[in-house]
Design a protein around this ligand. Structure first.
Ligand code: GRF
Length: 190
């Protein structure tokens, strides 16, 4: 069984999708830790309701990123975490985390990378008027939304689709693509 930590700062719908895939026996994994830089993130409530350990930190209470990442690494090591799964964690990682988990940190981004990196990728793509949108899952490196792509899935943006419609479609794809990609990856590696 693969032990994972989910890093999230938001609603945690991808956390929900991964947890559901585990509970249904689709993914042979266990979420042993949820890491967040936002104490009021909904994902924290959700993790607690499932008795999953959480580590919530306030970056401002640390002298540097190195300091808080060192603490994250020791929490992860303490829980025997093998993979770090980022889902809406809005911070660039430093070498502290990257070197502790080489090729073991993955992120999901709501665009067809390398297009539309950063915040509000869906809004950026929609405003640009792109006709094909999608989701990317990639290894994490020191650049924002950088790192080698593992999986992508696209859809056509039809003329009648509103911002809300494309957002819903992106999330629908995310919730299916993340568990599916993790499953394939862990099967390939083991
Ligand atoms: C997702 O759209 C993900 O692609 C991006 O942040 C969002 C997190 O959503 N990195 P949620 O908290 O999983 O609902």
């Amino acid at each position: 069984m693969t032990k994972i930590a989910v890093f999230a700062s938001g609603t945690g719908t991808n956390f929900d999708a991964i947890l559901k895939a585990i509970e249904e026996g689709y993914l042979n994994a266990e979420i042993v830790l949820v890491v967040s830089d936002k104490s009021d993130a909904k994902v924290i409530e959700k993790a607690k309701s499932k008795q999953i350990e959480t580590f919530v930190f306030n970056p401002k209470s640390y002298a540097s990123k190195t300091d808080y990442e060192n603490e994250i690494v020791s929490k992860c090591i303490g829980k025997k975490v093998e993979w770090l799964i980022l889902a809406g964690y809005m911070r660039i990682l430093s070498t502290v985390l990257l070197d502790s988990y080489p090729n073991r940190i993955i992120n999901i981004h709501p665009s067809l990378l390398p297009a539309f990196k950063g915040k509000d990728a869906i809004g950026q793509a929609f405003d640009y008027g792109v006709k094909v949108m999608g989701v990317s899952i990639h290894y994490v490196n020191a650049e924002m939304d950088g790192g080698k792509i593992i999986a992508q899935k696209s859809f056509d943006v039809m003329p009648h689709m509103t911002h809300d419609d494309v957002e819903k479609e992106v999330h629908k794809i995310e919730h299916q693509l993340y568990p599916e990609t993790l499953k394939k990856l862990w099967e390939e590696i083991k």
